[in-house]
Design a binder for this molecule. Structure first.
Ligand SMILES: [Ca+2]
Ligand SMILES: [Ca+2]
Length: 295
């Protein structure tokens, strides 16, 4: 075999076996016996923000955070700075530069949530305010904010929004310089089954999301010339057949996927997990397997 052919084979082998590895549940000082969900990870993978009902009613979660410490995590603590109230604060998104925390807040009973943002201030967070522009609609529910790597696009979910095909679908808005512009329906992704939890990769090459199109699963779409194409479910390591996986969030290097999962036998008591992108070294054995495919 020529060196060029062998190099191509090695590349193919690495690509063929690269995928999300078996997830690890975050430890008990992060997860609780209550609902822990909506995780987002900082660009460097060293900090997470998530929602939990551990100290309040099931419809009024608060936002917690934890930092990586050695091989583990610091005990989760409520995010200070006026972010948490008696209302529903859920499913936060940390901007890639770590300076802004976006989250939905509202009265779950009336179904009117709006997206808020808080800015880093010293070692904490400033008072949150409703994001300016055209995303928040009075009387409707805006949820699951997620910003693009350059901060210019805000993906979010409209629940029971006019124009949706399903009770929840993904929309996006562009930053105009002073406010968020008119929302655009993400027609490449949305179906009549319902989509949520948008999570763009830092480089904009992929959009992860949750869909009910074939049971409840996490999917990945690829950016092909500005359109979202090649929509595929994530593998069975993370979309385990005995439960629901949702709320994906990626580190900037794309190597870690944080998400939420619960088994069917423990419905509505999700916990937070992390999976690592595995690109195993190409061994003579794996090369042998690839060769066998061509023989
Ligand atoms: Ca709350
Ligand atoms: Ca609203």
């Amino acid at each position: 075999m020529s060196r060029v052919a062998l190099a191509a084979l090695v590349t193919f082998a690495a690509a063929a076996f690269a995928d999300w590895g078996p997830p690890k549940k975050l430890p008990d000082n992060v997860n609780s016996p209550f609902k822990d969900f909506g995780v987002c990870v900082s660009a460097d993978g060293n900090e997470i923000y998530f929602s939990s009902t551990r100290e309040g009613g099931v419809f009024n979660p608060d936002i917690y955070h934890s930092r990586r410490q050695g091989s583990g995590w610091t005990p989760a603590q409520k995010v200070p700075g006026g972010i948490n109230t008696n209302l529903h604060e859920g499913e936060p998104c940390l901007s890639w530069d770590g300076r802004r925390l976006y989250f939905p807040r509202g009265d779950y009973s009336t179904g009117d949530l709006d997206i808020y943002v808080a800015e880093r201030s010293g070692g904490g967070w400033g008072k949150p305010y409703k994001i300016p522009g055209k995303v928040n609609k009075e009387g409707y529910w805006e949820d699951n904010p997620a910003v693009s790597g350059d901060g210019s696009t805000l993906y979010f979910v409209g629940r029971r929004w006019p124009g949706n095909q399903a009770p929840s679908n993904i929309w996006y808005s562009k930053w105009t310089g002073s406010a968020w512009g008119a929302p655009v329906y993400l027609s490449d992704i949305n179906t009549e089954y319902g989509e949520s939890d948008p999570a763009p990769s830092y480089d904009g090459g992929y959009l992860y999301f949750t869909s009910l199109r074939k049971r409840h699963k996490m999917y990945r779409a690829e950016n092909v010339g500005g359109s979202w194409r090649n929509i595929t479910p994530l593998n069975a390591n993370v979309n385990k057949p005995n439960g629901f996986a949702f709320d994906p969030s990626l580190t900037a290097d794309g190597k870690y996927l944080f998400f939420t999962w619960f088994p069917y036998e423990r419905p509505n008591l999700p916990d937070i997990y992390v999976s690592r992108w595995c690109e195993p070294a190409v061994t003579p054995t794996s090369l042998g397997r690839v060769k066998a495919l061509f023989n």
